[in-house]
Write a protein that binds this ligand. Structure first.
Ligand code: NAD
Length: 261
């Protein structure tokens, strides 16, 4: 039997990028999946097919995680579809880059709501059933920017540092319930979120997208290579395994040496 067979995983922001890689990895270990996120109907249908290919059951939620009431409805829908959620991956995220002086208030609020407050609301909604079941896994997708800062990313860095704090508190509160809570801290992963940053840099500098891609990596990472969504998916699978049952409250870096410096 596949190791996660009989488990149900909800991965926020899994219609794209890292979240989709995690959903595919958990499905390949046998978990049924609540796929979640925004996007075009065609892109969401393609993502769904790619997860269903593992032979597991899949439902899709389009809840706006900036809205706590929508998170409540998503929890109720997941319970209707599968009975419960055993594995919660808080991955949905957005970015906005500007200096603090120029940072629009509305973008600050949105980045904090989606990258930080949403994880508070999902943990609040889903962890009581995990406690009752005596088993659960919460995985928060933070970032190297949960551990160190960069200019022009005030909201993102604040949200990701906050997410690590939330991870530690939840790990302590759930330590007696068979539930682990951890954070994965990736360095650069070539997803739509990062592609947009590279293209903005190229438009500003006049250099090619490929040149900006290499420059972006070299500025931060001793290893000038992107981590892949599949590699992050494999780390999530490890955190869901019995081998990781006492790993809790930690940030796991997967960042090409970025935060070793
Ligand atoms: P992405 O843009 O490819 O995917 C983001 C996902 O979040 C999408 O599915 C999108 O629909 C969803 N989403 C965004 N806003 C939402 C909202 N309001 N409600 C519901 N869903 C929403 O981005 P990605 O690069 O795969 O990033 C995923 C996570 O990984 C983010 O939390 C990001 O901060 C983190 N991360 C990314 C990198 C990187 O280099 N790409 C590095 C470190 C951490």
């Amino acid at each position: 039997m596949a190791p996660l067979s009989g488990r149900v995983a909800l991965v926020t922001g899994s219609t794209s990028g890292i979240g989709l890689g995690i959903a595919q990895a958990l499905a390949s270990e046998g978990a049924d999946i609540v796929l979640h996120g925004l996007g075009s109907p065609d892109a969401i249908a393609a993502a769904r097919r790619s997860v269903e290919a593992a032979g597991v059951r899949v439902t899709v939620s389009g809840a706006d995680v900036a809205d706590p009431a929508a998170i409540q409805r998503m929890a109720a829908d997941a319970a209707d579809a599968f009975g419960r959620v055993d594995i919660l991956v808080n991955n949905a995220g957005i970015q906005h880059t500007a200096t603090i002086a120029d940072f629009p208030d509305e973008r600050w609020d949105a980045v904090i709501a989606i990258n930080l407050s949403a994880a508070f609301h999902t943990i609040k909604a889903f962890s009581p059933a995990m406690r009752q079941a005596g088993w659960g896994r919460v995985i928060n997708i933070a970032s190297a920017h949960g551990l160190v800062a960069s200019a022009q990313k005030a909201a993102y860095v604040a949200a990701k540092h906050g997410l690590l704090g939330l991870t530690k508190v939840a790990a302590i509160e759930l330590a007696d319930a068979g539930v682990t809570v951890n954070a994965i801290c990736p360095g650069w992963v070539l997803t739509p979120l990062v592609q947009a940053q590279i293209e903005a840099r190229a438009a500003q500098s006049g250099r090619s997208v490929r040149e900006e891609e290499v420059a972006l990596l070299r500025e931060k990472q001793p290893m000038a290579a992107f981590t892949t969504p599949e590699q992050i998916g494999a780390m999530a699978v490890y955190l869901c395994s019995d081998a990781a049952c006492t790993v809790s409250g930690v940030p796991l870096s997967i960042d090409g040496g970025w935060t070793a410096q």
